[in-house]
Structures are given as structure tokens and as C-alpha cells.
Design a protein around this ligand. Structure first.
Ligand code: GRF
Length: 199
């Protein structure tokens, strides 16, 4: 199974995928890491010939950046494309081109807290539980069908940072588990619903 990863930052989720592949628990190859931030630490996790990045700010508009990104992703011939800490909104054309094999990991229990600052918002709401979701990407931000979620307790004294760190710990096995399903060929999106073929 060929996996392309989109990442803008630290890349701990990418690292978790690479470690699962190295450990033999995920039968896949990372065929490319793609970034809107040329100096993203995530890029350091893969060899230079697997890296693609352009500074999104150098492009006149979202569509022109997205087209170059989409062509580069397509050239790597991925079966699945995973946004793992990719912090730039993907335009409709990009999403439609890869729809059904485009996944995202989002740090909230969707449909709660789409968008940014999820940990602060969960704390502010007084939630007892928080977590992360892996979902299919659709044009509307963080609105696609949820595949899997992981839950953590909110603890007394949590700050957005301590809560984010606890969520991140469950993100890594969650993303690997979702990709194991994807690699098994049993997972698909049909009419906006995530389907698991239970065999
Ligand atoms: C993760 O919390 C992910 O859910 C969010 O951004 C963070 C990325 O972390 N979208 P990393 O770059 O994978 O370490």
C-alpha cells in the first residue's frame, strides 16, 4: 500500500507511521511527504528524494498552490493520502481529485470542535473527555465521515498544552490503526459514510 503524507510541522504522526512500517505492523510504504512549509521538521523523517515542499506564500492563490501539490502527490501514485498535521486548508479541486482516499487526523472528538484551538475549546466547555478522530476529507473543513476515534479523560488542572500532549499519545496508535484498515482494502467512503467491510 502506497501512502503519501501531507505535513506542515513537527511530524510525530508521520514518525508513528514510519515506526509501524519498520516494526512490520503496517504493510505500507511512504511514497512521499508533501509540505507547504519547506522547513517543516516533518520533512527530516524521510530521505530527500521523498520530499516535496513549496512555500505556499509564494503562490498567487490557493488554487495554484493546490494544483502543483496535487500534481506532485499524484506523481507519487499513492493509494492513500494522509494529512498528518497539515495545517493548510485544501481547496475543493484538490479534495475532489483524491476524494475517497484522502484522510485527516484531527485532535477532537468530531463533530465537536472542527478547526483550530480544539484543546482550549474542550477545556473551556468543561468537557470530561476529549480525543482525536481520523476521518475522510471532504471540501467542508473537518466535516467528512469519521473512521475511528480515540478518547482521553480531561484531568483537573489540564492546560491546552497538557491536554494536547495526552491526545497526541493516542493519535499515534489511532492513525496507525486506521491505516492498517486502509491497507487491508476493507475501508471505503460511500455517499459520505465510512464503510468497513468486516471479513
Ligand atoms: C496533531 O495534533 C494533529 O492531530 C493536528 O496537528 C498535530 C500534528 O502533530 N492536526 P505532528 O506534526 O504529527 O506531530
Amino acid at each position: 500500500t502506497r501512502i503519501a503524507v501531507l505535513a506542515s510541522g513537527r511530524g510525530s504522526n508521520l514518525l508513528a507511521i514510519l515506526q509501524a512500517i519498520a516494526a512490520g505492523t503496517l504493510d505500507a510504504d511512504i511514497v512521499g511527504v508533501f509540505s507547504d512549509k519547506p522547513d517543516a521538521p516533518a520533512m527530516q523523517h524521510v530521505p530527500e528524494d521523498a520530499r516535496w515542499s513549496r512555500d505556499a506564500r509564494a503562490f498567487p492563490d490557493r488554487a495554484s498552490f493546490d494544483t502543483e501539490l496535487a500534481d506532485a502527490v499524484a506523481a507519487s501514485q499513492p493509494d492513500w493520502i494522509v494529512c498528518a498535521g497539515y495545517m493548510r486548508i485544501l481547496g475543493e479541486a484538490f479534495v475532489q481529485r483524491f476524494r475517497g482516499r484522502l484522510l485527516n487526523i484531527h485532535p477532537s472528538l468530531l463533530p465537536k470542535y472542527r478547526g483550530l484551538r480544539t484543546h482550549a475549546r474542550a477545556l473551556q466547555a468543561g468537557d470530561a473527555e476529549h480525543g482525536a478522530s481520523v476521518h475522510f476529507v471532504v471540501p467542508e473543513l473537518d466535516a467528512g465521515a469519521v473512521i475511528m476515534q480515540a478518547v482521553v479523560s480531561v484531568l483537573a488542572g489540564d492546560t491546552p498544552d497538557t491536554l494536547a500532549a495526552r491526545v497526541l499519545q493516542v493519535e499515534h496508535p489511532l492513525l496507525v490503526a486506521a491505516l492498517q484498515l486502509a491497507a487491508s482494502g476493507r475501508m471505503s467512503e460511500q455517499d459520505g459514510v465510512a464503510w468497513l467491510d468486516g471479513q
